[in-house]
Design a protein around this ligand. Structure first.
Ligand code: 3NM
Ligand code: MG
Length: 493
């Protein structure tokens, strides 16, 4: 798995930024908040001090599963055995650094122009830091201030030169307030930043954990428009093996989010549809004796083709038949996303919970932090993304966990809205294969925001008039929205 560059912390040990705090303590706080990469940058300390601090930082970052990179000093990275280095334009040549570090290590490079960026890619850089975005007192010798538009030009040039897949972060004067606008303004039509690199916003902060958490929520939120746009552009097939109640609504929702729906419970079709790039929704809302066999056969076909599968274990805890069906499905293959309400996710987790019906109001006994632990635990157990729906939605991939507070109570008063969220997630997962977690967050936010906008319309009087307005809003939002209320919760150690 390639590294997650969402919030890239660059350290600074100078008193002007670090103050009298302990650097290792600040880095630990930021890791608790969710920093995804740490670069140890220290331009002044003696070699033995660099090595000693790098070893301490490496012990820490390793316990969080986060890469540690060393600024400039390839020799220190080699001695410490950390994950790699970051080198600037005036430092050692990339090819030479690669020779010293070996092929498995990460080498990042700074670029402030299109030429520098492309040259770094050709020399084998694993990621790029683009900047300087805004002038900053943290780095005294910055050369060119390129702003978000300069970053955008570089991203466009990278795409055109065939380097669309290289991860990129921007650097220079980035903080939690300006990150959303920088990420939005720097995105080119074909390539967006993977994250932000920050020094002072975290190192000088009174509460580095809180700032990091804030930044992560914003970076994830900033990726949502790209997922929505990709779904619209690619128009992936959404193959629904779903219950008889929601067929029509699910097909309409798929169309409104830009996907192409196929409602088929006949498993013989699954292999062909998987080959066409579809994603599958297995929804257990109407159980029948043949249904389970069909679901297993389709699951195997999609797993074999490496295509996304969404499990919506509707009413999983309601009856012995459903509990058995869900356990059989779980042991028959792997899922990309499992979505359900609390009782359903608890049943997937193996708990014996009694669920009265299939609607989402059946149980609400756990607190949000308890629900966050539950989704994380199921995500680890099943090695997939888990979405627990409710007034607050929780999404986790076992490492990353967010809460989403979008939505409207009408969603719970109309049948099938939860099931059609499964359909939406299939479309997003098929269109945005680089990150199923972000795809699931995007689908959930899109749903919630569309519901909020629909309910606000003056002509909406209740659940009945809400449904067509909701479809209209799903359709209208497609192109962009920065409206999601996504809050980063915690990084798991
Ligand atoms: N490199 P702050 S700007 C380390 O443009 C570094 O290459 C830069 O610090 C570049 O987040 C920079 O405090 C400092 O503005 C960024
Ligand atoms: Mg340098």
């Amino acid at each position: 798995m390639t590294a997650d560059y969402s919030v890239y912390l660059v350290t600074d040990s100078t008193p002007a930024i670090l103050g009298d705090k302990d650097l290792v303590g600040v880095v630990e706080a930021s890791l608790r908040g969710g920093a995804t990469v740490v670069q140890y940058r220290d331009k002044t300390s003696a070699r033995e001090d660099l090595v000693a601090t790098a070893r301490k930082l490496h012990r820490l970052t390793r316990s969080y599963g986060v890469p540690l990179l060393i600024n400039d000093r390839v020799d220190v990275a080699v001695e410490v055995g950390c994950e790699g280095v970051h080198i600037g334009q005036d430092d050692m040549a990339l090819e030479q650094a690669r020779e010293l570090l070996g092929p498995g290590k990460t080498i990042g490079a700074t670029a402030s122009s299109e030429e520098e960026a492309i040259r770094a890619c050709e020399a084998g850089a694993d990621y790029l830091g683009l900047g300087t975005v805004y002038s900053t007192t943290t780095k005294k010798d910055t050369k060119s201030i390129i702003g978000p538009s300069g970053v955008c030009s570089i991203l466009t040039a990278l795409h055109e030169a065939g380097h669309a897949s290289i991860p990129t972060v921007c650097i220079g004067g980035i903080n939690a307030s300006n990150a959303p606008s920088v990420l939005a303004a720097s995105a080119s039509p074909h390539k967006a930043l993977d994250g932000v690199a920050v020094v002072s916003a975290i190192i000088a902060a009174e509460n580095p954990a809180a700032v990091t958490r804030d930044l992560l929520g914003k970076v994830i939120t900033a990726k949502i428009p790209a997922v929505i746009a990709a779904t619209s552009t690619k128009s992936p097939l959404s193959h629904n093996m779903t219950n008889s109640v929601v067929q029509n609504l699910a097909a309409n929702v798929a169309l409104c989010v830009g996907a192409s729906p196929i409602m088929s419970n006949y498993a013989e079709e699954a292999a062909d549809l998987a080959q066409l790039g579809a994603a599958l929704v297995i929804n257990t809302g109407t159980v029948t004796p043949q249904g389970l066999g069909n679901h297993i056969q389709a699951l195997e076909a999609y797993n074999k083709a490496g295509r996304p599968v969404i499990l919506d274990p509707v009413g999983a805890g309601a009856t012995a038949v459903r509990r058995h069906a869900v356990q059989t499905l779980l042991s028959s293959g792997t899922f990309t996303v499992i979505k359900g309400n609390q009782a359903e996710i608890q049943t997937v987790h193996g708990a014996s919970v009694t669920q009265r019906g299939v609607d989402s109001s059946s149980s609400s006994s756990l607190t949000v932090p308890q629900r966050a632990l539950l989704v994380r635990s199921v995500a680890r157990q099943r090695q997939c993304v888990v979405l627990l729906t409710g007034p607050t939605d929780l999404v986790s991939d076992g490492r990353r966990t967010v809460r989403i507070d979008n939505g409207h109570e009408y969603l719970g008063m109309v049948t099938g809205t939860g099931c059609t969220l499964g359909t939406t997630l299939s479309a997003m997962a098929a269109a945005y294969e680089e990150d199923a977690f972000v795809a699931a967050v995007a689908g959930t936010v899109l749903f919630g925001v569309a519901a909020e906008l629909a309910a606000q319309r003056h002509d909406i009087k209740g659940p009945g008039s809400f449904v067509p307005a909701f479809l209209d809003e799903l359709f209208a939002i497609r192109s962009a929205t920065g409206k999601g209320d996504v809050e980063w919760l915690a990084r798991a150690k």
